[in-house]
Write a protein that binds this ligand. Structure first.
Ligand code: ROI
Length: 166
């Protein structure tokens, strides 16, 4: 793959709704520091959100993180899935509850279409629990499609989320 740049700016969506969701996110952030070139990671506030989808399940805690990595996209995906597994993730029900979900939202400004990985994340432009925390950490962001983050976020989306105290 022609992706061996040294510095890749990546955005990751975090979500959890089982086993102390906020603690799951804290642990995931700590684990993702090992994937960051400089050990730094920028993390949004944590937000409580109502579950999307038809499965009856607890509310989620969601956030977005960003960091610089030397990992290629599939290497990053593997590393994130390993963190999910380490935190007890089981893939039982499609769209069901989970201890930790880590999704690659953006990888530089690249569009990636691989069997295991689609970037930008396919659902991100419809999801308040992704867009609102993304705007918080990167208000100037433009997506590869050309949409600016603050045009995508609207008041209805903000109202859907409850920012949790730090
Ligand atoms: N709903 C919310 N609010 N947050 C999530 O992270 C989330 N993740 C999912 C589904 C089940 C689609 N619903 C969600 O995977």
């Amino acid at each position: 793959m022609s992706n061996q740049q040294a510095h890749n700016l990546v955005y990751i969506a975090l979500g959890a709704n089982l086993d102390s969701p906020s603690a799951q996110l804290n642990n995931a952030v700590a684990a993702m520091k090992a994937l960051s070139l400089d050990g730094q990671i920028q993390v949004s506030s944590y937000y409580r959100s109502v579950p999307m989808g038809d499965v009856e399940q607890p509310d989620y805690v969601n956030a977005v993180a960003c960091f610089i990595t030397q990992l290629a996209p599939i290497e990053l995906l593997d590393a994130l899935q390993q963190i999910e597994l380490n935190q007890g993730r089981e893939r039982l029900v499609r769209w069901g509850p989970r201890t930790l979900d880590l999704d690659i939202l953006l990888y530089n400004q690249q569009t990636i279409e691989l069997p295991r990985l689609t970037v930008p994340h396919y659902g991100m432009k419809q999801r308040s629990f992704v867009l609102v925390p993304l705007e918080e950490i990167s208000p100037e962001l433009t997506l590869p499609c050309g949409s600016s983050i603050n045009k995508l976020v609207n008041q209805t989306m903000r109202d859907e989320l409850q920012k949790l105290p730090a």
